[in-house]
Design a protein around this ligand. Structure first.
Ligand code: ADP
Length: 303
């Protein structure tokens, strides 16, 4: 039996933030796909039309470094989102102790991430929930950003019900201070955390909750001074933290090149207005200096 007259259901791939994901074959294109079934009740009441309209906009995001949303339809009361199938993700790669990531490999992953990010930001779409397991890796080595725009449509994922305790490890300080008018800077902060994780091979700022997350950020970069981030005092959840001195990036990332550290320092700015954009980051000399980024086909094979 085909779903929506088109998809042949295969095994369950896993359970994510918004519901279950299963593998399927698209009989129209003979392509392998991943179908995300949005749980009813939690994220939406039946299939709502606002969501469908917004989903339609996401289908127009087409870039080599963005997971393509192939199709979207209601089926038995649940919204089904059909994406191109991907072999692995960056989290699996980072965790695999048998895989060596060279500086050129890390640069290649960062460049592909920024390309996808710059494309979406240019179209005014934010991700808001970037983390290594949202950076999927295809059989050809290409990295593609998954779940773009979904956080906005279905709401913040880590409130109740989700067992994903690590969702806040990638959260920008303005989000942790309750900002409602955040912008593309939240995605750049998350990518900075992912960059750091590629260098360290472990999550960089592992807060145990949202409050502790700010503590971890301040322990690394020092408590923000007013002159670094003048607008912080206007944020809804702003409060003063006990003074902590900043550590040098060099001491936090002893193995990184000077260019990598310079880019990282521009991504980890407290003030989102001062943070580098994805487009500017692609022009940073980190990407033009040696070593050149590894070509995707030569990147380490995911397990
Ligand atoms: P999360 O909400 O934690 O990011 P997802 O809902 O994106 O998780 O995914 C749940 C599971 O489905 C994960 O194990 C992931 O590897 C898998 N998955 C998601 N999208 C794809 C895809 N496009 N191709 C292959 N597997 C996927």
């Amino acid at each position: 039996k085909l779903i929506a007259d088109r998809y042949l259901k295969r095994e369950l791939l896993g359970e994510g933030t918004y519901g279950i994901v299963f593998k399927a074959i698209d009989t129209k294109t003979r392509q392998m796909v991943a179908i995300k079934k949005i749980r009813r009740g939690e994220y939406m009441e039946g299939v709502n039309f606002t969501a469908l309209r917004e989903i339609k906009l996401l289908r127009e995001l087409k870039d080599p470094n963005i997971i393509e949303l192939i199709d979207a339809f209601p089926h038995k009361g649940s919204l089904h989102l059909v994406f191109e199938f991907m072999e692995s993700d960056l989290e699996a790669l980072i965790r695999d102790r048998n895989i060596v990531l060279s500086p050129a490999d890390i640069k290649s992953y960062m460049q592909m991430t920024f390309k996808g990010l710059a494309y979406c930001h240019k179209k005014w779409v934010l991700h808001r929930d970037m983390k290594p397991n949202n950076l999927l890796i295809g059989a050809d080595g290409q990295l593609k950003l998954a779940d773009f725009g979904l956080a906005r449509i279905f709401g913040s994922p880590d409130r109740k019900l989700t067992p994903k305790v690590f969702a806040h490890w990638y959260r920008a300080p303005e989000l942790l201070f309750g900002s409602a008018q955040y912008g593309s800077g939240v995605d750049v902060w998350a990518v900075a955390c992912i960059f750091a994780e590629l260098l360290l091979r472990r999550p960089f700022l592992q807060g145990s909750g949202e409050i502790d997350q700010l503590g971890k950020i301040f322990a690394a970069f020092g408590t923000p001074r007013l002159q670094q981030w003048p607008d912080m005092v206007y944020l809804p959840a702003y409060s003063e933290y006990a003074f902590a001195p900043p550590q040098s990036l060099r001491s936090l990332f002893p193995m990184a090149s000077d260019d990598a550290l310079d880019l990282l320092s521009k991504m980890f700015k407290f003030d989102p207005k001062a943070r580098i954009s994805a487009e500017q980051a692609l022009k940073h000399r980190y990407f033009s200096s040696v070593p050149t980024p590894t070509k995707p086909v030569f990147l380490p094979r995911p397990p």
